[in-house]
Design a protein around this ligand. Structure first.
Ligand code: SAM
Ligand code: DTB
Ligand code: SF4
Length: 333
C-alpha cells in the first residue's frame, strides 16, 4: 500500500482521525529521505521548527509498583535494585520544581510508580500540583489509572497535562504487560479528556515489537477522538533484571522513522524524544528535530534513569540555534 502523495488531492498537514493501519504502515515503508522531508514540511505548517518544548520529570513515588510492565525498573515483580519509597511531601516536590524552572523547564511532570491513583493520596497530590502551578510552570502528572472523578479533582487542583502511555500497538501489549489491558489504558485517557485535561500519550520502541506494532501504536494515537497534545516517543532504556533488559536496540533510523510518522499522523501534537536521549549523538537528535520532534526532557534525570547532562543540552541548543518554545501550543484537533 502506497502512502498518499502530495498530489493525491488532500492537504496532508490537516489533522485526520480516519487513518487506517495500512496507511500508517505505508508511511514507515517510504524511502527514508522522502519520509523525513514530508514530516519536516508538516512540522513547519504547525510549529516554528527552531522551537523546543522543555519538560522536566520528578519521580514523586519510586518503586514497589504492583504492575508487571516488562520494561520498568520500578515493578515489584523484578529484581532491578530500585527500592520502594513513599510519596514525597508536597513541599519537597515544589522545591524541586522551583529548581527545574530556574534550569529552564517549562513543564514539570510528577511521576508515581502506581497502578492507579488512590483517593487517600489525592490531597497530597493535589497540593503538589497547585504548588507547582503557582510557580508559573505547566503541570503534568503520571500516576497510573484514574477515575473520571479523580481526573476532575486534579484538573481543579491546577493540573494541565496527564501522561498515560499506550506504550505499544494493541497486538503486542499483552506480551509486555499482563496486569492490565489496553482498554483500561484507553478508559483512563477518556477520563483525562473528559475532565478537560490535555493528554500526553505515546509509547516505547525497542521492546522486540515489529514495525507493524509500532505503526499500530501510532494508528491508535491518530484515531483517538482528540490527538494527544504531547506525544512522547521513548527509546527503551534496557533495565537489568526486567524481561526486556536484553532487548536489542531498534536502531537510529527506525527511531527517526517513528518520530517522522508520529509527526505526520498527529501533525499538531508536540512530539517528544523522551527516554533514551542520553545515548543519542547530537547529530541523531538533530535528525529527530528535522523529522518533527519538538520536545525534550531536561534536568539530568528521568525517573530512575538519566537525561543528558544539562551542560550538554545547553550546548546542543546553542549549536543547533534552537530555543525554548515561546508560542502557545496550538489547540490540537
Ligand atoms: N506508573 C505510571 C504508568 O505506568 O502510567 C506512570 C509512570 S511510568 C514509569 C511512565 C512511562 O514511562 C511508561 O508508560 C513508559 O512509557 C515509560 N517507561 C518506563 N520505563 C521505561 C524504560 N525502561 N524505557 C523507556 N521508557 C520507559
Ligand atoms: C514518558 O513517556 N516517558 C517518561 C514520562 N513519560 C513519565 C518516563 C521515562 C522513564 C524512563 C525510565 C526511567 O527513568 O525509569
Ligand atoms: Fe508501574 Fe508504571 Fe512501571 Fe508499569 S510503567 S511497573 S505501572 S511504574
Amino acid at each position: 500500500m502506497n502512502a498518499p502523495t502530495p498530489s493525491s488531492g488532500f492537504d496532508l498537514a490537516q489533522p485526520r482521525h480516519d487513518w487506517t493501519l495500512p496507511e500508517v504502515e505505508g508511511l514507515f515503508e517510504l524511502p527514508f529521505t522522502e519520509l523525513v522531508f514530508r514530516a519536516a514540511e508538516i512540522h513547519r505548517r504547525w510549529f516554528d521548527p527552531t522551537e523546543l518544548q522543555i519538560s522536566q520529570l520528578l519521580s514523586v513515588k519510586t518503586g514497589g509498583c504492583p504492575e508487571d510492565c516488562g520494561y520498568c525498573a520500578q515493578s515489584a515483580h523484578f529484581k532491578t535494585g530500585v527500592g520502594a519509597s513513599k510519596l514525597m511531601d508536597a513541599e519537597a516536590v515544589i522545591a524541586k520544581a522551583r529548581e527545574a524552572k530556574a534550569g529552564g523547564a517549562q513543564r514539570f511532570c510528577m511521576g508515581a510508580a502506581w497502578r492507579d491513583l488512590k483517593d487517600r493520596d489525592l490531597p497530597k497530590v493535589a497540593a503538589m500540583i497547585s504548588g507547582v502551578k503557582a510557580l508559573g510552570l505547566e503541570t503534568c502528572a503520571t500516576l497510573g489509572m484514574m477515575t473520571p472523578e479523580q481526573a476532575k479533582a486534579l484538573k481543579d487542583a491546577g493540573l494541565d497535562f496527564y501522561n498515560h502511555n499506550l506504550d505499544t500497538g494493541p497486538d503486542y501489549y499483552d506480551k509486555v504487560v499482563t496486569t492490565r489491558t489496553y482498554q483500561e489504558r484507553l478508559d483512563t485517557l477518556s477520563a483525562v479528556r473528559d475532565a478537560g485535561l490535555s493528554t500526553c500519550c505515546g509509547g516505547i520502541v525497542g521492546m522486540g515489537e515489529t514495525r507493524r506494532d509500532r505503526a499500530g501504536l501510532l494508528h491508535q494515537l491518530a484515531t483517538l477522538p482528540v490527538h494527544p497534545e504531547s506525544l512522547p516517543v521513548n527509546d527503551l532504556m534496557p533495565i537489568a533484571g526486567t524481561p526486556l533488559g536484553e532487548s536489542p536496540d531498534v536502531g537510529e533510523l527506525e527511531f527517526v522513522r517513528m518520530i517522522a510518522v508520529a509527526r505526520i499522523v498527529c501533525p499538531k501534537s508536540v512530539v517528544r524524544i523522551a527516554a533514551g536521549r542520553d545515548r543519542m549523538s547530537k547529530s541523531m537528535q538533530a535528525l529527530c528535530f528535522l523529522a518533527g520532534a519538538n520536545s525534550i526532557f531536561v534536568g539530568g534525570r528521568l525517573l530512575t534513569t538519566n537525561t543528558p547532562d544539562p551542560n550538554d543540552d545547553e550546548a546542543l541548543l546553542a549549536d543547533l540555534k534552537m530555543r525554548p518554545m515561546t508560542s502557545k501550543v496550538s489547540e490540537t484537533a
